[in-house]
Design a protein around this ligand. Structure first.
Ligand code: FAD
Ligand code: SF4
Length: 564
């Protein structure tokens, strides 16, 4: 081995430093594995690199609205609800990262150390066995190779360290975890909860689970994080470390072990496969500053570039053994992409409780756990949905006077608004896929990704059911002037894309085994959304964290045994 090679050799390489990569790195480093994290974006340091975290709206040149030219230059990313003058530095610029939309797909990305964990919404419900067994029970996608019991201890592991708040509700469709105390409901939410839970036998509105430190424990204080102050400015980065992100939690923890190296500005081009050894030996990167190509080597490689980029890297990792992408004898890599449906919502106003307000800006919402197609198919579509609920007070309308009258009226809270929005399962289909362009490349010479992903009739039926049921629930809970809304937004804007490299029992119908290893190249693990066999209806990121932690422990064990 030459000197250069030795210098570039680690025990493990993790591609991507976001939610799942941060967890893979933390676990590997805790287990004494020398780990290199390769990250295409710039470095972000907790606190220091949150330039807007403590600014008031008046301190932004455009009062937090983006100028029209910026919106025109960024038609995709600016659709994201969390994008704005206060957060735009954590999102990609559309023109710098081209891809090809064969069907409309709003690909929302954050390329930096920490990935999207900096701007994510932080909802963290566990999957139940209803989701893990649904494909097998109802005959869609393929059977998951694991069940809830396999992943439950790893959920606990990541919940305790990350700090997830929530109640223990004892619902089969929403398994309880290891939670910190929940945020309180607003008085109108509490009223809605009372009325909905009394009216329906099978619908439960609960305070749900979010990655916020409501009451930090010693393990969180050891990470240098403190109590959430209920400011609801989380997407700017939280100087208190009040919510979980890779940069506030897993990566600094891994760094302290002395086993972590992070290389930012390193876009992974492909994984190197050694035909003689029958395994992956390293990773080829392009330095985004110098455009130089560099190779790094390791015994084990974790793919955590987020769902679509992980598919891209694998498709681009060709060799004479794997001409269609690493581990892709089945030809299924990039296929069966699915996502969660966020198109539908219902809204209205609430009369009463005008003498009530609440403390702070609660950064969480209650939910109604999925009540569709649990024990049996009880609708004309497959899959389930989770319902987010909110009720809060805005300010008075701007037309209430001028001068001192206007100021006085603005200091009074406005009417209560209440609503619900969907997080719905979509069904994986072979036709919903991504593939590489044969002739168009990105600025680093890597083939551009083509997205060909759309809704289907099943989704339309689910949306209709959600709208009808949710409007009824709002009315039952006392909400007036109820309106239904379908945004018809393209897939992608949900930011919950999954699949393309799914887990399964059989290499003929899946890419990964039950430990997230490629069936045909077992020293490569995929533990981000690409591994998902179906989407379920729960927020997925905490499951990626649990998969990453479980797989990292498996990989460390396998390395010790000499199996990889
Ligand atoms: C506004 C918003 C709200 C959200 N709300 C929720 C929520 O409430 N609950 C929930 O569960 N999820 C939520 N999500 C989704 C959540 O952020 C993602 O599911 C999660 O971040 C995925 O983790 P990941 O590790 O796969 O990817 P990421 O966190 O995106 O990290 C991937 C990393 O890989 C890097 N990378 C990509 N390609 C390469 C390459 N070729 N070479 C090197 N590095 C590469 C990227 O730069 C990035 O840093 C939300 C997302 C956003 C943006
Ligand atoms: S709500 Fe909590 S986590 Fe979010 S920015 Fe405020 S203190 Fe931080």
């Amino acid at each position: 081995m030459g000197k250069g090679t030795e210098k570039n050799t680690y025990d493990a390489i993790v591609i991507g430093s976001g939610i799942s990569g941060g967890w893979a790195a933390k676990e590997l480093c805790d287990l004494g594995v020398k780990t290199l994290v390769l990250e295409r974006g710039r470095n972000i340091e907790h606190i220091k690199d949150y330039p807007t975290a403590t600014k008031g709206p008046w301190e932004f040149p455009h009062r937090m609205e983006e100028p029209l030219q910026v919106l025109k230059d960024n038609p995709v990313i600016s659709k994201c609800y969390a994008y704005g003058e206060d957060t735009h530095h954590f999102f990609v610029k559309d023109k710098e990262h081209p891809y090809i939309q064969e069907k409309p797909f709003d690909w929302i990305r954050g390329y930096q150390v920490g990935g999207k964990s900096i701007m994510w919404g932080r909802a963290c419900q566990r999957w139940s066995n209803f989701e893990f067994s649904a494909p097998q029970r109802y005959g869609y996608a393929i059977d998951w190779p694991i069940r809830y019991e396999d992943i439950a201890p790893w959920y606990s592991h990541v919940e305790r360290f990350s700090g997830i708040c929530g109640d223990r509700d004892g619902l089969e469709a929403l398994p309880d975890g290891d939670y910190l105390p929940p945020f309180e409901l607003s008085c109108v939410e509490a009223e809605m909860q009372k009325k909905i839970n009394a009216h329906y036998k099978d619908r439960f509105m609960v305070k749900t689970r979010w990655a916020h430190l409501t009451k930090p424990e010693p393990i969180h204080l050891q990470q240098g994080r403190g109590q959430c102050q209920a400011r609801d400015l989380c997407t700017r980065g939280c100087p208190f470390g009040g919510y979980f992100s890779s940069v506030s939690s897993t990566l600094p923890w891994a760094k302290k072990t002395g086993n972590l190296t992070i290389r930012p500005f390193s876009v992974v081009h492909s994984i190197i496969y050694d035909e003689q050894k029958g395994k992956a030996t390293g990773v080829r990167i392009i330095d985004t500053n110098t455009k130089e190509e560099v190779e790094y080597y390791a015994k084990v490689i974790f793919l955590n570039a987020a769902c679509l980029n992980t598919n891209l890297i694998l498709l681009n990792s060709t060799s004479s053994r794997f001409p269609n992408g690493l581990g892709n004898d089945s030809g299924l890599l990039g296929k069966y992409i699915a996502f969660q449906n966020y198109r539908a919502s219902v809204h209205g106003t609430y009369e009463g409780f005008e003498d009530k307000y609440y403390y702070g800006r609660n950064p969480t919402n209650p939910i109604i756990a999925n009540y569709r197609n649990l024990h049996k198919q009880d609708t004309d579509y497959l899959g389930g949905f989770l319902t987010f609920v909110y009720a809060n007070r805005g300010r008075q309308y701007w037309n209430d006077g001028i001068g001192a009258d206007l100021k006085d009226s603005l200091s009074e809270p406005g009417p209560w608004h209440a609503g619900m929005y969907i997080q719905g399962e979509t069904l994986p289909k072979e036709s919903n896929h991504v593939r590489l362009s044969k002739d168009q490349k990105d600025p680093w010479g890597i083939p551009q990704l083509i997205t060909s992903v759309g809704y289907d009739d099943n989704d339309e039926k689910m949306i209709k059911d959600f709208l009808d049921q949710s409007a009824e629930m709002l009315e039952i809970s006392g909400v007036k002037n109820v309106t239904k809304r379908d945004t018809h937004q393209a897939p992608g804007l949900d930011i919950h894309e999954m699949g393309g490299c799914r887990m399964g029992h059989d290499p003929k119908t899946s890419l990964l085994n039950k430990w997230n290893q490629l069936h045909l190249c077992n020293n490569v693990y995929v533990t981000d959304g690409a591994c998902m066999t179906s989407t379920g209806n729960q927020s997925p990121s905490i499951l990626y964290m649990a998969f990453a932690a479980r797989a990292a422990n498996h990989a460390a064990e396998e390395m010790k045994k000499g199996n990889i």
